[in-house]
Design a protein around this ligand. Structure first.
Ligand SMILES: O=c1ccn([C@@H]2O[C@H](COP(=O)(O)O)[C@@H](O)[C@H]2O)c(=O)[nH]1
Length: 262
């Protein structure tokens, strides 16, 4: 299953920059993409993205923006220039928020590209992201903008508690359809929703699934889980794994175990 290693994203959930970078250095020959979430980003700031890019790896910036459209559009402009290859907003922020976010990423990226044109004097200063595969190294590309549907730590009862009467499955599919209508590149959803989202939207839509647990790992706070092999089989483009790898005594061995035993 080695080709599937390009589809694993390791979540670097730690406040410790050195620990995060040590994990990147240890795992980068197996895994090409790392996730920077709120804990690491709030501790280190945006420079962590460049430091991971400098190790030849891509960054999924998982900050889940959720605010009024104007504020999210501003955050999207800032995130576009970090060098992340993908970042996200909450679909439940609504249609106008997603529409403005999409407009902001398109406009900011175009401006970054124009600034790099000969004679404009900004060559080499923009933090565009790099692709891990050696043949594509340093390829410039627009970051993917994806939307979180329903957090994988929630179940149907949790949605009822916040007055959402739809099931997690129906709510995730509805939000994925809205994200697609707003022009986003894909969604974050649980592996349990992959086939329904694919049925509603088709193949040309990135699905990133956390809530992935090898059979030997504890679910902890994740409620809608599947194994990595099941998630990939169901059609996930990327699976996000954190604690089963990063909290393992030997993270390299944990990755090997995930991809040899499933
Ligand atoms: O719905 C979501 C959205 C994001 N996450 C993030 O993924 C990782 C999962 O880590 P584990 O240790 O494998 O549980 C974590 O960083 C979350 O913030 C999610 O779990 N669910």
């Amino acid at each position: 299953m080695s080709h599937d290693l390009d589809r694993i994203i390791i979540a670097l959930d730690t406040p410790d920059e050195q620990k995060a970078l040590d994990l990147v250095k240890l795992l980068r020959y197996k895994v090409s993409t790392f996730k920077v979430g709120l804990e690491l980003f709030c501790s280190t700031g945006p420079s962590i993205v460049k430091k991971i890019n400098d190790e030849g790896c891509r960054v999924f910036l998982d900050l889940k923006f959720h605010d009024i459209p104007n504020t999210v559009a501003g955050a999207v402009r800032a995130a576009t220039s970090t060098g992340a290859f993908m970042f996200n907003i909450h679909a439940s922020g609504g249609r106008e928020m997603m529409r403005q976010a999409k407009e902001a990423i398109d406009k900011t990226y175009d401006e970054m590209q124009r600034a790099k044109e000969p004679g404009r004097g900004l060559q080499g200063t923009s933090n565009v992201s790099i692709i891990h595969s050696p043949d594509k190294l340093n390829t410039v590309h627009k970051p993917l903008l994806i939307a979180v549907t329903v957090l994988t730590s929630l179940d149907d009862q949790d949605l009822k508690d916040i007055n959402i009467t739809k099931s997690t499955l129906d709510q995730a599919v509805a939000l994925a359809c809205l994200a697609k209508e707003c022009g986003l590149d894909g969604v974050v959803a649980s592996p349990k929703e992959i086939s329904a989202i694919r049925k509603a939207i088709g193949k040309d839509f990135v699905i990133v699934t956390p809530g992935v647990r090898p059979s030997w790992a504890a679910a902890s706070d994740q409620k809608r889980v599947m194994t990595p092999a099941q998630a990939l089989e169901a059609g996930a483009d990327y699976i996000v794994i954190g604690r089963p790898v990063t909290a393992a005594p030997d993270p390299l061995e944990a990755i090997d175990k995930i991809f040899s035993l499933q």
